[in-house]
Design a protein around this ligand. Structure first.
Ligand SMILES: NC(=O)c1ccc[n+]([C@@H]2O[C@H](COP(=O)([O-])OP(=O)(O)OC[C@H]3O[C@@H](n4cnc5c(N)ncnc54)[C@H](O)[C@@H]3O)[C@@H](O)[C@H]2O)c1
Ligand SMILES: [Zn+2]
Length: 712
C-alpha cells in the first residue's frame, strides 16, 4: 500500500509537521497543511493497526492528531467526513471474517494535563446543566479492545474493534481466555442479549516469561505487552492463544435487549452499577481499581495518585479513563463520530521516545555470553533517563536490522528494562554503519565461540576478567548470598587493587588493608566483616544459586538443594538422577554436570567448605509459630491476584510446606488463581487433592495478609 519511497516522504513530512506543532504558532491552517496532517495520520494508522508495526512514537502520533483537531477548529469549513478526526482508524485484517458491531465501538478523547480535564468538566457542566457531576475513574488498560455478545446467557461472539463499525470475528480465540465466562446469567438482570466491551491484556510477568522463552528458543522477543495481546488475539491456532496467559477486563455495556417482562434494574442506571453487575456475572472488571469521585479537582488528584502506582500493577495501564457515572447524563451528552462526550482518557507520561543509536558495547556476562548493548543519545522516558539498551543477542540485532547512526524508537514498558522497538529505517541518509560482531572477547581477547542452535556468542575462558567480576557480583547479590555491603562498586575496586581475585577470596579479604583505603572507616570495615561472616550461614540453595551455574535459577537451586545431603554430593549425581528431579530437563542437567566435573569449580567448592560456609542441606527453620504447613505439598496455578507466585511459594516453604511442580497424587493442595488451565483439570480428577482459592490459601497460611487495593 505504501512503498519505500512514499514511506520516506511521509516520515519526513511527519517530522516537519511535528517541528511546526512544537514551535507554538502551529503554522497556518491552510488547506495544504490540513491535507498533509491527514495523510500522515492515515499512514500511521495503517502501520499501527494493520501492520502492528508503528513508525511513530505514540506521543508523536497524538501530537499530530491534536494538531489536526486544532487546525480543523480554526477552519471548520475544511472538515471532511473522511478526516481521521471524524472516524475511527482502520483495523480490519483479512484472516478473520468481518462482523458488524451492534453499536459502533468508538475511541476515547484524550487529555494530557489538568487543564484539559478542567476544560472537559466545564463543557460537561454546560452540556448537562448540572454543576456537581459524579465521575468514575478507572484504569486505562493498555491492551487490545474486544467486544463480546451474550445471548440467553451464553457467549455467542467475540470480536476485535476493527474499524469501530465492524471487527474481526475471533470467537474461537476469545473462548480460550479463561477469565471470559462462556455463560453468564444476564437473565437475572432481565437481559436477553448484551454486547459488552473490554480489553484483553497479558500480565507483565507472563510477558516476561514469554519473551524469555522466545529468547531461549532463539526467537526475537516481542516488543511490548500490548503488541503481544493484540497479536495473540489474531493468531490462527486457538491452542496457542490459550498458552499466552491472556486476561480480559470488561468495563462497558454497549447495548442490551431486555427480556419482555424486565423491570428497570438499578444496575443499569449508572456506570458503576454496571461494573458491579458485570463483576457479579462472573467477569473480571476494573471495579477494585475504580473510584467514584465527585468534583473534577478530586478526579485530577486521583489521576496523579494512580499514575504513581502504575508500576505496582501486574499489567500495563497507560492512563485513567474518566466516565460520567449517571447514564441519564451520558445520554444527554451524546457522542461525536470519534468518541463519546461523557468519557475522557487521562494519559500518563509517554514511555516511548526516539533517539540516536551511537554505538554498541559488547558486554561479557558471568557465563561468558556476549550481550550487545546499544548506547543511545540519552533520552528521558517515563521519568528515567535511558542511555543504554540491551539488544539480547546477535539475532535480535540482525532481525531488527539495526545500524550505528540509526534513529531508533525506544520504549520503556512497565518493567524497568527499556528496549529498542525498531530503527526508523526510512530516516537513514546512507551514513549509517553496519554493526560488526567481535570475533574475540572484548575483555580477555580469547576467540569467541557459538554453539550450534544458539544465538549467543560466548567467551569460554573461565579466567576471563569480565566473567570473574560478574560471577563475584552475582555471588554477593540480593537473591544469592546477599552480602549487601560488598556491592558491585566495592568488588570492582577490590579486584582492581588485587585484594579480591575469586569467590573464596571474599572470605579471605584483608580487612586491615581495606581499613586503610579511602572512604573506609572502622565502622564500615566492621560492617563489611560482619556481613561476610554472616553470609556463611546462608541456606544451601542460596549458595548453589550464587555459584552461577548456567541455567540454574533460584527455583532449580532449591530443587538441587533438596536433592542432596551436602553440596559435594552434587558432584556424584548422574544425568539420569538429575533428570528425575522436578523441573530439570536435559539442558539444565548437562550444565550442572559440566559445572561439577570442572576441576576448577571443585577446587572452589572445597575452599568454601574449608572456609566454613554452610554446605549442608536446608533444614526448615525452627520457628515454632510457622510450622502450620509442615509436611504438606502445594502447587500454584493461574494468575494470583494478591500475591506474586514467588511470594506465595516462599510463604509455603517458610511454614514448612513443600512446592511441587506438577499435579500428582503426591499433591495435597492446588491453589487456583485466575485463568487456571490444565493443572486444574488434572487435579479435579484426583480426589485426594484439595483445590483452594487464593483467599482460602491466605486464610490457611497467614490470617491478615496485606492486599493491594489498586489491583483489579
Ligand atoms: N504510533 C503510532 O503510529 C500510532 C498510530 C495509531 C494509533 N496510535 C496510538 O493509539 C492511540 C489511539 O488508539 P485508540 O483509538 O485505541 O485510543 P486510545 O488507546 O487512546 O483509547 C481508546 C481505547 O482505550 C481502551 N480502554 C482501555 N481501558 C478502558 C476503559 N477503562 N474504558 C474505556 N476504554 C478503555 C479501549 O480499547 C479504547 O478503544 C493513539 O492515542 C496513539 O497513542 C499510535
Ligand atoms: Zn573473555
Amino acid at each position: 500500500m505504501y512503498n519505500q519511497n512514499t514511506t520516506q516522504k511521509l516520515l519526513r513530512l511527519a517530522g516537519k509537521l511535528l517541528a511546526q506543532a512544537g514551535s507554538s504558532g502551529a503554522g497556518g491552517a491552510d488547506e495544504q497543511t490540513i491535507a498533509d496532517v491527514r495523510q500522515v495520520i492515515n499512514f500511521a494508522d495503517w502501520r499501527y493497526y494493520i501492520q502492528d508495526d508503528p513508525l511513530l512514537a505514540d506521543q508523536e502520533y497524538d501530537k499530530l492528531f491534536s494538531l489536526l483537531k486544532q487546525l480543523e477548529q480554526r477552519r471548520p469549513e475544511l472538515i471532511t467526513p473522511d478526516s481521521p478526526t471524524q472516524r475511527i482508524a482502520q483495523g480490519l485484517t483479512r484472516a478473520f471474517p468481518t462482523v458488524q458491531h451492534l453499536v459502533p465501538m468508538l475511541s476515547l478523547d484524550n487529555s494530557y494535563n489538568e487543564a484539559d480535564l478542567l476544560d472537559w468538566a466545564r463543557r460537561n457542566g454546560s452540556l448537562t446543566g448540572s454543576s456537581d457531576i459524579e465521575y468514575c475513574a478507572e484504569p486505562k488498560f493498555d491492551g487490545a479492545s474486544i467486544s463480546l455478545i451474550y445471548e440467553d446467557d451464553r457467549l455467542v461472539r467475540g470480536a476485535t474493534r476493527g474499524n469501530g463499525i465492524a471487527g474481526d470475528d475471533i470467537t474461537v480465540n476469545i473462548r480460550q481466555i479463561r477469565s471470559i465466562p462462556l455463560t453468564a446469567p444476564f437473565s437475572r438482570f432481565g437481559i436477553r442479549q448484551a454486547e459488552i466491551r473490554g480489553e484483553v491484556l497479558i500480565h507483565k510477568d507472563a510477558f516476561k516469561t514469554f519473551n524469555e522463552q522466545r529468547l531461549a528458543d532463539n526467537l526475537p522477543p516481542l516488543a511490548n505487552p500490548r503488541n503481544a495481546a493484540s497479536g495473540s488475539l489474531r493468531m490462527v491456532d486457538p491452542r496457542e492463544v490459550g498458552k499466552r496467559g491472556l486476561v480480559a477486563f470488561l468495563y462497558h455495556l454497549a447495548f442490551y435487549q431486555p427480556e419482555s417482562a424486565a423491570g428497570e434494574e438499578e444496575a443499569l442506571k449508572t456506570h458503576y452499577g454496571t461494573l458491579e453487575m458485570l463483576q457479579e456475572l462472573g467477569f473480571r472488571t476494573p471495579l477494585k481499581a475504580t473510584r467514584k469521585i465527585a468534583g473534577i479537582a478530586n478526579v485530577v488528584e486521583w489521576c496523579h495518585r494512580f499514575e504513581t502506582q502504575r508500576d505496582d500493577l501486574p499489567y500495563e495501564v497507560d492512563g485513567v479513563v474518566i466516565k460520567v457515572n449517571d447514564y441519564a447524563l451520558q445520554e444527554k451528552m451524546g457522542m461525536t463520530t470519534h468518541h463519546p462526550r461523557w468519557a475522557m482518557a487521562f494519559k500518563f507520561k509517554a514511555r516511548q521516545a526516539t533517539s540516536k543509536l551511537l554505538r554498541i558495547e559488547f558486554q561479557v556476562g558471568r557465563t561468558g555470553s556476549i550481550t550487545p548493548v546499544a548506547k543511545i543519545d540519552p533520552v528521558p522516558i517515563g521519568g528515567v533517563t535511558v542511555a543504554s539498551v540491551s539488544l539480547f543477542n546477535e539475532d535480535v540485532v540482525r532481525e531488527k536490522d539495526l545500524r550505528i547512526g540509526d534513529t531508533v524508537l525506544v520504549e520503556r514498558a512497565g518493567d524497568v528494562i527499556p528496549y529498542i522497538v525498531k530503527p526508523l529505517a526510512e530516516l537513514r541518509n546512507g551514513s549509517e554503519k553496519e554493526i560488526r560482531f567481535p570475533t574475540h572477547c572484548p575483555v580477555c581477547g580469547d576467540e569467541l565461540y557459538k554453539a550450534p542452535g544458539e544465538s549467543a556468542w560466548r567467551c569460554v575462558n573461565i579466567n576471563c576478567e569480565a566473567q570473574v567480576l560478574e560471577r563475584l557480583i552475582h555471588f554477593v547479590s540480593k537473591n544469592a548470598m546477599d552480602i549487601h555491603s560488598l556491592g558491585e562498586a566495592n568488588i570492582r575496586r577490590f579486584y582492581s587493587l588485587g585484594l579480591l581475585r575469586d569467590i573464596p577470596g571474599i572470605y579471605r579479604l584483608d580487612f586491615e588493608k581495606i581499613g586503610t583505603l579511602e572512604g573506609f572507616g572502622q565502622r564500615s570495615v566492621d560492617n563489611l566483616k560482619q556481613a561476610v561472616e554472616h553470609s556463611k550461614q546462608q541456606p544451601l540453595h542460596r549458595l548453589i544459586y550464587a555459584l552461577g551455574i548456567r541455567y540454574v535459577g533460584e527455583t532449580t537451586a532449591k530443587t538441587l538443594a533438596h536433592a542432596v545431603e551436602r553440596l559435594p554430593d552434587l558432584e556424584h549425581l548422574s544425568e539420569a538422577s538429575l533428570l528425575e528431579l522436578e523441573d530439570i530437563g536435559p539442558k539444565v542437567a548437562g550444565s550442572v554436570i559440566e559445572f561439577f566435573s570442572n576441576p576448577d569449580n571443585r577446587h572452589i567448592l572445597k575452599q568454601l567448605e574449608t572456609l566454613g560456609l554452610n554446605i549442608s542441606r536446608d533444614t526448615p527453620r525452627s520457628d515454632p509459630a510457622s510450622h502450620q504447613l509442615e509436611g504438606q505439598t502445594f502447587l500454584f496455578t493461574g494468575t494470583l491476584a494478591r500475591l506474586k507466585r514467588s511470594e506465595a511459594e516462599a510463604m509455603v516453604e517458610q511454614m514448612g510446606g513443600k512446592i511441587l511442580s506438577g499435579v500428582s497424587s503426591k499433591l495435597n493442595y492446588l491453589v487456583v488463581g485466575e485463568d487456571a488451565g490444565s493443572k486444574l483439570e488434572k487435579a479435579k480428577k484426583i480426589a485426594s487433592i484439595h483445590i483452594l482459592s487464593e483467599d482460602a490459601f491466605l486464610k490457611m497460611a497467614a490470617p491478615g495478609e496485606k492486599t493491594k487495593d489498586t489491583e483489579d
